[in-house]
Design a protein around this ligand. Structure first.
Ligand code: 13P
Ligand code: ZN
Length: 271
C-alpha cells in the first residue's frame, strides 16, 4: 500500500469496519465458502487523478457508469471467504477507481504483482457498481453495499407464495415490532436471474429505488446503508424476523403476526 493510503485514517477505519462486519457475517453462518461480497464508495476518502492511474492495471466494466468516473471503491475479491476477509482484509479486498470514461477501472490496490494475480473484484461487481451509480444519481448518503446469503431470508424465497413484496413485508414486519421501525420501507423482491449478470444488477437497482434491501429469489440479500454496521444491522433484523416465522412454523404454530394497525402505528414512531 502506498504511504498516502496507509496514512489515510478514514480509509483505515473503513477497512477495520469491513473486517468486523465480514467476521459477523461468517459467525452468523451466512457465508459458506466465498458467499457474499461487500463494497464501499470511497468518494470523500481517496482522491486520485487520472494521471496518477497511468500504468496501473486497467479492466473493462460490463456497462458504462459515467457518473462514477473518478470515484474509488473498496470491493471484496471474487472467491474470497468472509472469514479470511475478516482476518486479513488487505489480502482479500481491492481498491479500484472508475476511469474518466466510466467504461473501465484501474486497480489502485493491491500493487504487488504476487497478490494482484490472485485478486479480482467480486463477480457481483455489476450489481455493486450499478447500485453505487444509483446512489450517486440520487446524491444518497448510502455508500455501503452488502450482499450475503442470510439463511432464513434465502429460505423465505423458496416458496412461490412468499415471492411477492406485499406478502414478504407483511410477514417480516409482523414478526417483530422493530422490523417496521428500522426498515420502514420494507424489502424489494428480485425474481431469480443469473448471478453476476447485468440483468440482475438492473433488477436490483429497480428494487432498491424504493427500498434499502432487496431479496434475490433463491439466492440471498442485497442491502445498502450509510455505514457497514448499519447495513449489517438491517439484514440481521430481517433475518431475525424470518427466523421467528420459521421457528413458529417448525413448532406447529401458525404465527399471528402484528395487526395492520399495530404495524401502521410503529411506522409513525420516530427514533
Ligand atoms: P464472489 O466470490 O464473486 O464475491 O461471489 C459470491 C457470491 O455470493 C455470488 O453471488
Ligand atoms: Zn451470492
Amino acid at each position: 500500500m502506498t504511504d498516502a493510503l496507509k496514512n489515510n485514517k478514514k480509509l483505515s477505519a473503513i477497512i477495520d469496519s469491513v473486517s468486523d462486519v465480514a467476521g459477523y457475517i461468517w459467525q452468523k453462518g451466512w457465508a459458506e465458502k466465498n458467499a457474499g461480497n461487500i463494497s464501499v464508495s470511497l468518494k470523500d476518502v481517496i482522491n486520485i487523478s487520472d494521471g496518477e492511474c497511468c500504468g496501473l492495471p486497467h479492466r473493462e466494466l460490463p456497462a458504462a457508469m459515467e457518473n462514477l468516473s473518478g470515484t474509488c471503491f473498496l470491493v471484496t475479491g471474487t472467491g474470497k471467504r468472509m472469514r479470511d476477509i475478516s482476518k486479513s482484509p488487505m489480502s482479500n479486498i481491492l481498491i479500484i477507481r472508475v476511469d474518466e470514461t466510466g467504461k473501465g477501472y484501474n486497480i489502485i490496490e493491491p500493487t504487488e504483482c504476487e497478490i494482484l494475480t490472485t485478486l479480482r473484484p467480486t463477480s457481483e461487481l455489476p450489481s455493486h457498481l450499478s447500485i453505487h451509480s444509483m446512489n450517486a444519481e440520487r446524491a444518497s448518503k448510502h455508500r455501503v453495499v452488502i450482499h450475503t446469503h442470510a439463511n432464513e431470508l434465502c429460505a423465505l424465497t423458496q416458496a412461490s407464495e412468499f415471492c411477492d413484496e406485499k406478502v414478504l413485508n407483511r410477514i417480516l414486519w409482523g414478526m417483530h415490532p422493530e422490523t417496521k421501525v428500522f426498515i420502514p420501507a420494507g424489502v424489494g423482491f428480485v425474481p431469480y436471474l443469473l448471478p453476476g449478470s447485468i440483468a440482475i444488477a438492473m433488477a436490483t437497482v429497480e428494487a432498491l429505488r424504493k427500498h434499502d434491501v432487496a431479496l434475490w429469489e433463491k439466492h440471498g440479500v442485497f442491502a445498502i446503508g450509510d455505514t457497514l454496521d448499519n447495513t449489517f444491522d438491517i439484514i440481521d433484523i430481517l433475518a431475525k424476523s424470518a427466523s421467528i416465522f420459521f421457528t413458529c412454523r417448525a413448532a406447529g404454530i401458525e404465527p399471528e403476526g402484528l395487526t395492520d394497525n399495530q404495524i401502521d402505528e410503529l411506522g409513525k414512531l420516530i427514533f
